[in-house]
Design a protein around this ligand. Structure first.
Ligand code: FAD
Length: 667
């Protein structure tokens, strides 16, 4: 009998949806030997998630492919609210901006998930060395973890053993539901929570058949295998929360209609036929999210999905939008789902196996959050794993994944809970109508919710990675990750909050006067950034402080081996650009010299007026003193880890911050 082939990898990723692909992107950027498998034979080609938050676009930009999404997508600028007037007929009651104004250089856009997966696949192909490509039609069927090896994070410790089974094309291609009108339109019912998951069935069948199997030993594993997560079930972790009775249909069509706001994002509450959301999409498509009031879950709590077809959905839409007419000839995709709101009890097991994305949070798709939050889970974890595997960062940083992301998932569920109920409820007839939803409350929730929904309100708690005041989150195993942590001085950069993403304002390159959004310099390449707000470098006192800081930086035995490879150095000063000179006024450590390519002209920036794009007032906007400046550390994911003085004990504190995170002498 031929023995099952065995191999090793550093990180095994299960599932190639948005979370798994984000994970693989980090592995590619960090140069990690990773594998990513998916039980399906193809990626998604239509439908599914489509909304991209401002924060997701900032992240795409840090990898270098936001421009692709930006060009192809439909841009959502305004939300129109439609409610019954006094006569019960729907009318436009409000217009609000689609996202809060002034928070990001991006706005919200919509483009279907298949394109987003494509951008990731191209990126992974371009950057991975060793090469990483999605292995499709591959299903994990057993997982064992050698507990005795879990705390040993050395290079030759592989505690995870997974058996993978290779499926046939037929097994890996889900059946499509008939759509009721004879057309062959792709549907997403097989991924809907109204359908049973087929994983266990596939495992049973392939074991009988004894399809090609292999054993993989891995150092770390990440379950990005969606709401029915096999990985989560193997670990014995639960999703906690509730299903609801609300059933929603989703239809991607090119509408033929006289409804005036069909190219706006709309929330429509009809007097008694339910509610609908309009999401204008790329290529004249429009997504309709429609509450299906006629379809109710049975005693087991689950709705009969065979009752739902594109015809059921459009008929419901026609009632809600009446007296306006709506029909279509072309349908691109459709699905239906029952809203459930759940959060995973645990996001990791022994800092070895992690769960990300829908595997640890499920909720309604209407607020356009799932794909974004799922990608952002993996964006939080990927660099941490990458740096630990490479022996650059301490394994303890892996504990911050759960402490940081579980809170975001809980906030998401709370938000969705509130939002869904307001959305699904019947509009109140008047203030005395207690069972109805007040449309003023709905608008208010929308405006407040927009900040959360933009992804920009995420605020990670105190930990070894975030040097802010407060008790570091207690970890699941009771260890406080913050023992002897550094405390930063938030007052020195009042508007760059530790724990939040580094905001962006226009600055100029000192050497060539080109304006940049400062955040554009914070690439996702696995490096921390030491950002030196050098202040007024022409003042002798400040010049002395800057020189002392840079002298200490250039000679630090702990930081020197990490400089430029693991810690990039960026400078922003506030003196006049035309009065300052790169080589005269800035110490070499801020713009290092390379004997093959000369000086680095891309690291020193100035807060000054540009010729063509105005004045960013970055010091004012970051809340930093223009004379004395400060120093700041951003993590590889652009979240602010530390703020401290440029003078005084500042350098020592920077060294201590990195000492708590990176491996090395004195760390
Ligand atoms: P998934 O996308 O579910 O990917 C999981 C992957 O794992 C799949 O490729 C699957 O084949 C694979 N897999 C599963 N089990 C196994 C196994 N045992 N072995 C191997 N592979 C496995 N989100 C938004 O942000 N914005 C939106 O506008 C939006 N709209 C939505 C509209 C609809 C109709 C739906 C249904 C969802 C929407 N979402 C939206 C949510 C979004 O689709 C999900 O939150 C997101 O896809 C989750 O990403 P994920 O990578 O965690 O999981």
């Amino acid at each position: 009998v031929p023995s099952t082939p065995e191999s090793k990898c550093d990180v095994l990723i299960i599932g190639a949806g948005p979370a798994g692909l984000m994970m693989a992107a980090w592995m590619a950027r960090c140069g990690i030997h990773a594998r990513i498998v998916d039980k399906r034979s193809t990626k998604i080609f239509s439908g599914q998630a489509d909304g991209l938050q401002m924060r997701s676009l900032e992240i795409f930009d840090s990898f270098g492919f936001a421009d692709r999404a930006w060009k192809e997508a439909n841009h959502m600028i305004e939300i129109c609210m439609w409610n019954p007037g006094a006569d019960g007929t729907i009318r436009r009651s409000d217009r609000i901006p689609d996202v809060p104004v002034g928070l990001s250089r991006f706005t919200q856009i919509v483009l279907h998930q298949g394109r987003i997966e494509r951008f990731f696949l191209d990126h992974i192909k371009k950057y991975s060395d060793p090469p990483i490509s999605v292995e499709r039609a591959v299903l994990p069927e057993s997982l064992s973890i050698d507990e005795t090896l879990c705390d040993n994070h050395s290079a030759d410790s592989y505690p995870i053993k997974v058996t993978l089974r290779h499926l046939t094309e037929e097994e890996a291609t889900p059946a499509q539901q008939s759509n009721g009108n004879g057309n062959d339109v792709r549907d997403g019912m097989f991924r809907s929570n109204l359908a049973e998951d087929d994983t266990d069935d596939l495992i049973r069948k392939s074991q009988v058949k004894e399809g090609a199997a292999e054993v993989v030993r891995a150092k770390y594993m990440v379950g990005c295998d969606g709401a029915h997560s096999w990985t989560r079930r193997q670990l014995g972790f639960q999703l906690e929360g509730e299903p609801t009775d609300f059933i929603w249909g989703v239809l991607d069509v090119i509408p033929i209609t006289d409804f005036p706001d069909i190219r706006m994002r709309c929330a429509v509450h009809s007097a008694s036929s339910g509610s609908l959301m309009v999401i204008p999409r790329e290529n004249k498509l429009v997504r309709l999210y429609i509450q299906l009031n006629e379809i109710k879950p049975d005693a087991s709590g689950r709705a009969d999905r065979s009752q739902i077809t594109p015809t059921t959905i459009i008929t419901a839409a026609q009632k809600i939008l009446s007296p306006y007419k709506i029909t279509y000839e072309y349908c691109d995709w459709w699905t239906a789902y029952q809203i459930g709101q759940r959060v995973g009890t645990n996001f990791d097991s022994r800092s070895r196996v992690f769960l990300a994305g829908d595997a640890v949070h499920t909720h309604s798709p209407k607020a356009g959050q799932g794909m974004n939050v799922s990608m952002q889970d993996a964006f939080n974890l990927g660099w941490k794993l990458g740096l630990v595997v490479k022996g650059i960062a301490k394994p303890e940083i892996l504990k911050t994944y759960q402490s940081e992301r579980r809170r975001v998932a809980q906030d998401l569920i709370n938000f969705d809970h509130k939002f869904s109920r307001l959305f699904s409820g019947r509009p109140a007839k008047d203030v005395m109508d207690e069972s109805g939803v007040s449309m003023a409350d709905f608008k208010d929730a929308f405006i407040k919710g927009n900040l959360f929904a933009s992804g920009l309100s995420v605020d990670y708690g105190a930990s070894m990675l975030v040097a802010k005041e407060g008790n570091a989150a207690q970890q699941g195993d009771g260890t406080d990750v913050s023992a002897s942590r550094v405390r930063g001085k938030q007052e020195l950069a009042k508007k760059v909050l530790m724990g939040m993403r580094f905001p962006s304002f226009k600055v100029l390159n000192q050497s060539d006067a080109r304006p940049w959004h400062f955040q554009e310099r914070l690439k996702s390449d696995g490096r921390f950034r030491l950002i030196v707000f050098a202040g007024n470098v022409l003042s002798p006192a400040q010049n002395e402080r800057l020189n002392a800081f840079c002298g200490a930086l250039a000679s630090s035995t702990f930081l020197k081996p990490h400089l430029y490879t693991n810690i990039d150095v960026l400078t922003l000063h506030s003196a006049k650009r035309t009065d300052t000179e790169l080589l005269r006024d800035f110490p070499e450590v801020l713009h290092p010299f390379d004997e093959h390519s000369g000086w680095d002209y891309n690291s020193v920036f100035v807060d000054d007026e540009s010729y063509h794009e105005g004045y960013g007032d970055a010091y004012g906007n970051y809340g930093v003193d223009r004379e004395t400046g400060c120093v700041l550390v951003t993590r590889p994911d652009q979240y602010v880890g530390f703020v401290g003085e440029l003078g005084g004990e500042g350098f020592k504190e920077v060294e201590r911050y990195f000492g708590g995170v990176l491996v090395g002498k004195g760390g």
